[in-house]
Design a protein around this ligand. Sequence first.
Ligand code: KG4
Ligand code: ZN
Length: 355
Amino acid sequence: MIILGIETSCDETAAAIVEESGDRQRPWRLRSSVVASQMALHREWGGIVPELSARQHIRDICPVVRGALAQADVVDVDAIAVTQGPGLVGSLLVGLSFAKSLAWARGVPLVPVHHLAGHIESLTLENGEMALPAVVLVVSGGHTSLYRVDVPGRYELLGRTRDDAAGEAYDKVAKLLGLGYPGGPIIDRRAANGDDRAIPFPKTRITHADRNAPEVPGTRDFSFSGLKTSVLRHVMLRRAALGIGEQEPLPDREIDDICASFQRVVVETLVDRLFDAARWYGARSVGIAGGVSANSRLRAESRTRGAARDIPVFVPSIVLSTDNAAMIAAAGLRNFRGGVTATWDLSAKASLMLT
Ligand code: KG4
Ligand code: ZN
């Protein structure tokens, strides 16, 4: 079976062809993957502008899908998978309407996919089936969520961020340091030259709604907005101390140290929560997916921690860590084999939950 995947939830228009391999351990083979990034379009505004994003998807969707079919040397597909949500509703609607029309015209089933299930399945697409139970961290610009997978294709939410996603914190910190957009890769690069102990930014402790109650055992939630505020406060204090104006950057050395210190706290928080959950649930493997999984320190530390605990760690290649349609096609095959197809009244859902 060959499936076309379509992804337009945020600022990438993507299409891909994935086929079943017949091998239970490595069930899918990637035939093509095309991504048209809108990064340059949004950079000017310092973040994603939803209306511009939706309009650019309309311009790009036809050539991107054509490109994916041509690269795979495929004319007919057996099904079409599309991201139903979560994401920017105007952007989602472009992919969804296109996928619906194409599926209807070609007389093939339409398969709805949750964007985060796509990120999780990118791990199986590249590495084969994970040993279960697995604990997977999905960490991107819009999400920081921890899932347990006991059965392939069933995802149980263990915890999520209560405010900013980790990628969002990267992007906001980069913006306040005047480093540009998207912030993740820039901070990752600058951190390599900095001292990660230079500034003692605090790690967030998640407390009970009743602040006098003890920390809930087993809580798996995240919070990054306090860390972002600490960076902002530090930057303001340093500007005042150095007599630098609000629009002027701090000295390069200081920026490198801030990046390294911020990144240490983010990565330690993510890795600690992930491996705590893995131990708690007796996971036989762990995974990290989503845009932030491209982070060099997160990759290195999770590998070290996995080796120390003798637990395999799955991370996608850089091209499959940020948004793409290969992961949507893979998750679409998983859904289709699980009996999931959509009716023609399928609608985009900006806040779609994954269990
Ligand atoms: O998964 P993704 O492409 O889109 C969403 O679904 O959000 O993730 C994009 C996010 C952005 O916030 C970007 O700054 C972050 O992933 N990112 C990184 C790195 N590369 C991308 N964050 C930290 N380190 C990186 N190397
Ligand atoms: Zn994503």
